[in-house]
Design a protein around this ligand. Structure first.
Ligand SMILES: C[S@@+](CC[C@H](N)C(=O)[O-])C[C@H]1O[C@@H](n2cnc3c(N)ncnc32)[C@H](O)[C@@H]1O
Length: 290
């Protein structure tokens, strides 16, 4: 048995098990390859050489046991491996945090151009930081910026701390336990406020695939219409923005409900070449009237 055979065998088991994807991959073959490569600690640098590598019995058993948990318990691979990738970086994850998957990665790669001038970005806050993935990826693309990473969940902040430490960014990222803006000093001013808050409405919570039930409810649930967190963020954001500052927030499927709730707000809905939607941008000026 070599790595390629093992990947195909696991992919076949996934294929027959009617799994739901969306925590890092979108198909059985990629999901199987991730599981095998990580469990066997193979490098992606020379994939052909990795495919031809011999697999020992105990390695096969280890992969097979994880695949069984993926199938029988519907545990996302990210939690099985304690690993996720976002914006080209690797992160530690476990079930204290959501698995990173936000379209924010594309905006970060582009340094939020044309909305911001990278050299002018000195202060950023990430509301609902979870694993810290957005805050950390932002710290990489704005090397002069200080980043506040806020979460209400002490457990999530523990995971964010692991990642900040692993990325050696403790000197520029401050972890803050707070209910969005409530615990932040009133004087703080940000050039960029980002948030991927909980925004799943009750209908979607009731019908979501089992994989998502392994994630912390606090990261997903946002009341009947999915807007509970977003109302809070919109209410307070303008006070914390610099004059040229922007708020960029993901609301996913709750986009329509949000537009109905705020018919006079000039939401700019951002477009993504890599797929994804439901992310809006507002300026301090847009938000001031609220
Ligand atoms: C959708 S998850 C996003 C996590 C991470 N930013 C990401 O993109 O993977 C939302 C996060 O918001 C946090 N959260 C929920 N309610 C909050 C609140 N009132 N104040 C601050 N954070 C909150 C949750 O604990 C969770 O970590």
């Amino acid at each position: 048995m070599n790595v390629e055979h093992l990947i195909r065998e696991i992919a076949e088991r996934f294929e027959q098990s009617n799994l739901s994807y969306g925590h890092g991959t979108d198909n059985p073959l990629d999901e199987a390859a991730w599981l095998v490569f990580s469990t066997l600690q193979l490098s992606y640098k020379d994939v052909q050489a990795a495919y031809a590598t011999k697999v020992y019995d105990e390695q096969e058993s280890a992969v097979s046991a994880l695949a069984s948990r993926r199938i029988n318990e519907r545990v996302p691979v990210a939690y099985l491996l304690k690993q996720a990738f976002f914006a080209g970086h690797e992160f530690y994850v476990d079930d204290r945090v959501l698995v990173p998957r936000s379209p924010f990665a594309e905006l970060i790669d582009l340094q939020f151009s044309p909305w911001l001038i990278a050299g002018n970005v000195n202060a950023v806050v990430d509301l609902g930081t979870g694993s810290g993935c957005i805050a950390i990826a932002i710290a990489y693309v704005f090397p002069n910026a200080r980043v506040d990473a806020v979460d209400i969940s002490p457990e999530a902040l523990q995971v964010a701390a692991i990642n900040i430490d692993q990325h050696d960014l403790a000197d520029r990222i401050e972890l803050i336990q707070s209910d969005f803006f409530i615990g932040l000093d009133e004087g703080r001013q940000y050039d960029l406020i980002v948030s991927n808050p909980p925004y799943v409405n009750q209908d979607d919570i009731d019908t979501m695939p089992s994989e998502y039930r392994h994630e912390p409810k606090l990261g997903l649930e946002a009341g009947g219409d999915g807007l509970e967190s977003i109302h809070k963020i919109l209410q307070d954001a303008s006070r914390f923005l610099t004059d040229n500052g922007i708020l960029v927030c993901e609301v996913g499927n709750s986009q329509q409900a949000l537009e109905v709730a705020y018919p006079d707000l000039a939401f700019v809905w951002l477009e993504f070449s890599a797929g994804g939607a439901g992310v809006f941008l507002l300026t301090k000026y847009d938000l001031e009237g609220l």
